[in-house]
Design a protein. Sequence first.
Length: 341
Amino acid sequence: MKILFIGGTGIISTACAELAAQRGLDLTLLNRAQRRNIPGTKQIVADISDVDATMNAVGNRSWDVVVDFISFHPDDLEKRLKIFRDKVRQFIFISSASAYQKPVVDYRVTESTPLVNPFWEYSRDKIACEEYLARELRENGFPATIIRPSFTYGETVIPLSFNSWERPYTVIDRMRKGLPVIIPGDGTSLWQLTHNMDFAKGLLGLLGHQGSIGHAFHITTDEVLNWNQIYEATAAAAGVDDLQVAHIASDFIVACLPDKQGELHGDKSESVVLDNAKIKRFVPDFMATRRYRDGIERSIAWYDTDPSRRLIDEDLNARMDKLIAVYQKGLQDAKQTFING
Ligand SMILES: NC(=O)c1ccc[n+]([C@@H]2O[C@H](COP(=O)([O-])OP(=O)(O)OC[C@H]3O[C@@H](n4cnc5c(N)ncnc54)[C@H](OP(=O)(O)O)[C@@H]3O)[C@@H](O)[C@H]2O)c1
């Protein structure tokens, strides 16, 4: 089986490429070669947004499976189909579990949960991508499978509900300095944090699986934690035993920082428990085995190995300090009114 990953050196795709290489699969990665390559894989260097240049780089090669990790909008998929329409027997699109219905109606989520997210444009664009591919299958027989990862982390990610995506060590630094970290809401909403090595096992099981064409899957751990447990486990892995927390309602956060609406109301503020029965039915040996407390230890060890990795998002730090200060001021005023007044 000949496989192509568009991407292949990112957070999720690195683990998939490494596992494929370990299993001896014939895998090519198409990317701009801005990150380290994965031993045991071939490479095509191209910018996928440049259709002509990519077509030249691809030439007359074809693949059994193409996995597209980096389409975010139907326009991206339209470009992919220009390049790969007649060159692929299965096209796997990486969507997002954030597409599932928000506000949540039933916290138990299966692949047939409706796709609706009025709060996050990113999710709406992923939904539009899925609809585009469903139409392509129906009208032109284009063989697509859809995968919806939920929050998936590897060694470079500290997966918390209020952190910097680009510089995630920021919250660990705050924890270690004894500064308060923000947990949206009461920290009681339920989440599953999936290690990329577990995700990779599910994805690889779907490669070349003809029965999966036209189907959507999420692939997550079955370990369900609330955000308080997740922050506590993260602090423990960072060697912090007196975690300072500011619980702030998501409504309050979004009123102060409107750009957080998608991530919070559209995603992490809600309790969601993804049911993995479908991926287990299609890939019977799939089982996520990495517990969060073990996965996060690996991530923190990765940052601790090399100080140059410990970059801080100063802008987010300043926003956190300001948010905590206004929240505490409001709390004092409220206490004054209700208790002392
Ligand atoms: N992580 C999560 O929690 C999560 C949850 C839900 C959905 N997802 C989805 O997962 C996907 C991200 O996968 P990932 O984590 O592996 O990606 P990533 O960390 O964003 O990495 C991007 C990959 O694509 C390559 N790339 C970027 N721009 C390119 C371009 N213009 N042309 C060619 N290659 C390009 C990069 O290599 P170069 O820079 O060398 O080109 C790299 O290999 C997204 O679709 C996202 O929506 C992630």
